[in-house]
Design a protein around this ligand. Structure first.
Ligand code: MOS
Length: 769
């Protein structure tokens, strides 16, 4: 399943069932919203958490890919003779000898698919063209280096301008109208105040701390793949198709993940290559990507070029919003970066149009990266809003407040819970916005010029289908499991909190088991939907297990509740007691289980998709936020630093203050990367992503991190079930970059419309200290 399909799946809730989720009822116990440290923290901080490449097995061998050194063309020949004679070398795979992959039932290839090492064609620099497998990693590296590949290189295109007039490959699949209401052409033409500007965001590469890796084990019938995956169930389903085996014969294990940012949502070719080598050699195979390979073979956020036209009356009323955007995609996939994700509903406006076009380039296939579409889209829209506020001589917070709406004007549905206004108001107060003087370069701090900027954030809120299992055990502990995974966000912890909330069992006695496709199916950790998706299933499973305990209490010999009606009993603080009585009057649940001769009480639970929820269908569900940024500009030495960020997030109920704050603070730091540092540069001479290392691809460090104030409105979303929680994994990045460039303009008078902001851009500043 690709990301667009995944999002449609979440939105439509295609589980074939109809349901109505419970309204938020009694306020949840103190454990919900608590600042509880991660339950998996000790394993991580002591180095005992096992990540994909930490797995080792007897007789395990190592695989190293060979990457193409042209961006377009054909492999003329592959000479493996020297490599094959090298010590420890066991296998060299290439398009000439790899077993057929991704065949349909009749043996033909599924046209939707593109298996690795499929043929001699090279579509981008770094594409895998061979794989060397040897007894040791060093032997495999040496063998990979000794494989001689000759190419017939073709013309290629990695041009950064995404215009129709581009030579060679040009635009495909567009422009396409994605949203339309009213008549933008005439509304814009007759608007007395206009903004018409083009904004550019570069290709950005996911750089999670943990790189991709696969350890593949084949036992003659079943594959076990140790992966770094944001979706173990989908990974299993895809690999079963690629490898041509039933789903039951593939197990994906991903217990701990050193983050993913979307780069680990879907399987990449190295996973199949490791599995194929394991099957062929009948030995476990470890394949780890280098940081360099991370830049060409496992996705990136595509470059975007967005023209925004805003029309307004002289009094400052928006009459028209137009967004015409393009993004680059690869030769082998049409990936649309959905830059109009938030545009159609963010502001009240009568005339609106969003169009999109794809432009083919010789680059690896793009993939979702934190807040796909919305994040680059909001850079453009919110930058244009700042420019409009300046033209109108209006305060940028006021301009946004004036266009707030509680109706999604695209869908003509009310928002389930939209508190953007409060985000802006709370943020303005916390930041001290009323002290802002709007003139360029007018705010000082010693020798520094201060710039203050604001932008809003938005990201969709969805809920998919999930299952979960809860076992309440006679030793007083609980086990909860689901086939989802924790990318580092805190999923382990919030799952434990839900079980604790339901049962009163302390979280240190709750074992959470995630990250294995053999568990009952759980959601992909994507689109900020995993929390909203898995917790109703966990709560449902806990309720079912409690029911078993209560029923047992009425049947077990020696139970003080023998022959009572189970409906007259409750379980609180881990104790079974009569409803209306204090928990202390009852008995611990484990005593009930022992009296009933039960090792555990087991409950299964399910979550239904939002789209199948008859009530939720009438609402538009999104999260919102406001980002306030201060920059310090030192004109004497041309130094720019983000010094302060206030981030206010309306993400529904917050289940864990610590993990949630971490998500937003981390996203703000990532936003500083987007605003000031990150960009993947494809060498125009050969298509090589030339800055494919941490010396040349810049990401923010601690020294670049400002003072960050994260505030949650913490208002439960009534459409999100009992707990009212939406997702918060992505929204923290939205709005940060345009707030930075707005602040940069305020400090320097330079409007940067192409990210990242470079010091060179600011040298034209006329502002003096
Ligand atoms: Mo997120 S880009 O859906 O991992």
């Amino acid at each position: 399943m690709m990301f667009s399909e995944f999002l449609e799946f979440i939105q439509s809730g295609q589980d074939g069932q109809s349901s109505t989720q419970a309204q938020p009822s009694a306020p949840p116990s103190a454990i919900i919203g608590a600042a509880l440290p991660r339950v998996d923290g000790p394993l991580k901080t002591t180095g005992s958490a096992t990540y994909a490449s930490d797995y080792n097995f007897p007789r395990m061998v190592y695989a190293v890919p060979v990457c193409a050194t042209i961006a377009s063309g054909k492999i003329r020949s592959i000479d493996t003779a020297a490599a094959e004679k090298m010590p420890g070398v066991l296998l060299i795979l290439h398009h000439g000898n790899v077993a057929p992959l991704f065949r349909n039932a009749s043996g033909g290839r599924n046209s939707e698919s593109r298996p690795p090492l499929e043929d001699e064609t090279v579509y981008y620099w770094g594409q895998y063209v061979a794989l060397a497998v040897a007894e040791t990693f060093q032997q495999a590296q040496a063998a990979a280096a000794a494989i001689r590949v000759k190419y017939d290189a073709d013309k290629f295109n990695v041009a950064t301008a995404l215009d129709d007039s581009m030579p060679a490959i040009g635009a495909t699949g567009g422009p396409r109208v994605l949203s339309k209401r009213g008549d933008t052409d005439s509304a814009f033409a007759s608007a007395p105040v206009q903004v018409d500007a083009t904004y550019v965001t570069p290709a950005e590469t996911h750089n999670p701390m943990e790189m991709h890796a696969t350890v593949a084990v084949w036992d003659g019938k079943t594959f076990t793949l140790y992966e770094s995956s944001q979706g173990v169930v989908n990974h299993r389903n895809v690999m079963a198709q690629v490898l041509g085996v039933p789903k039951e014969n593939v197990e994906i294990v991903s217990r701990f993940i050193g983050s993913g940012f979307g780069g680990k949502l879907f399987p990449w070719p190295h996973s199949a290559l490791a599995a194929v080598a394991a099957r062929q050699l009948n030995r476990p195979v470890k394949l780890t990507l280098s940081r360099k390979m991370m830049f060409s073979n496992v996705g990136h956020r595509p470059r975007t070029q967005q023209r925004i036209r805003l029309g307004a009356t002289a009094e400052g009323k928006l009459v028209s919003i137009q967004q015409d955007y393009r993004n680059h995609t690869s030769l082998i996939d049409d990936i649309r970066e959905n830059c109009g994700e938030a545009t159609p509903f963010l502001y009240s406006v009568a005339n609106l149009q969003v169009t999109s076009a794809l432009v083919k380039r010789n680059v690896g296939t793009p993939t979702p990266m934190r807040g796909p579409g919305a994040v680059p889209g909001l850079f453009a829209l919110e930058s244009a809003m700042d420019e409009l506020a300046i033209k109108l001589k209006k305060d940028p917070v006021e301009l946004r407040l004036a266009h707030d709406t509680l109706i999604d004007e695209e869908k003509n549905k009310p928002f389930s819970s939209r508190h953007l206004k409060e985000c802006l108001q709370v943020g303005a107060t916390k930041f001290g916005w009323s002290r802002r003087t709007p003139e360029i370069g007018s705010m000082h701090k010693g020798d520094l010029i201060l710039g203050w900027g604001v932008a809003v954030a938005s990201w969709g809120a969805g809920r998919g289908v999930s299952e979960a299992t809860v076992n309440l055990r006679s030793d007083g502990t609980a086990r909860v499991s689901s086939g989802t995974q924790d990318p580092g966000t805190g999923t382990y912890t919030i799952v434990a909190q839900i079980v604790s909330d339901k049962t009163g069992i302390p979280t240190d006695r709750i074992q959470v088991v995630l990250g294995d496709s053999s568990l009952v199916p759980g959601p992909t950790s994507g689109g900020s939907t995993a929390t909203a998706t898995v917790i109703p299933a966990v709560a449902d499973a806990a309720n079912s297990a409690i029911k078993v305990v209560l029923a047992s209490a009425t049947r077990a010999k020696g139970s003080p509740f023998l022959d009572k009606d189970p409906a007259s009993l409750a379980m609180t603080a881990g104790r079974v007691h009569a409803k209306g009585q204090a928990p202390e009057s009852g008995v611990p649940f484990q005593d009930v289980l022992r009296m009933a001769n039960l090792a555990s009480a087991n409950g299964d639970g399910k979550s239904a998709g939002l789209g199948s929820d008859t009530k939720a269908r009438d609402y538009s569900t999104h999260s919102f936020g406001a980002q306030f940024v201060e920059v310090e500009w030192d004109p004497g030495i041309a130094k720019l630093r983000v010094s302060r960020v206030v981030s206010v997030i309306d993400g529904g109920r917050i289940l864990n203050k610590t993990t949630a704050t971490n998500q937003i603070a981390g996203a703000v730091v990532m936003g500083i990367g987007m605003g000031l540092l990150e960009q993947t540069t494809y060498d125009p001479r050969n298509g090589h992503p030339i800055n494919d290392n941490f010396a040349d691809y810049l990401v923010p460090t601690s020294a670049d991190s400002p003072q960050i104030d994260v505030t949650f409105l913490d208002i439960p979303d009534p459409m999100m079930g009992e707990y009212g929680a939406r997702g918060i994994g992505e929204i923290g990045l939205a709005g940060v970059a345009p707030a930075i460039t707005a602040a940069v303009y305020h400090a320097t008078g330079v409007r940067v419309r192409e990210l990242p902001v470079r010091v060179e851009d600011l040298l034209t500043s006329r502002v003096l200290a």
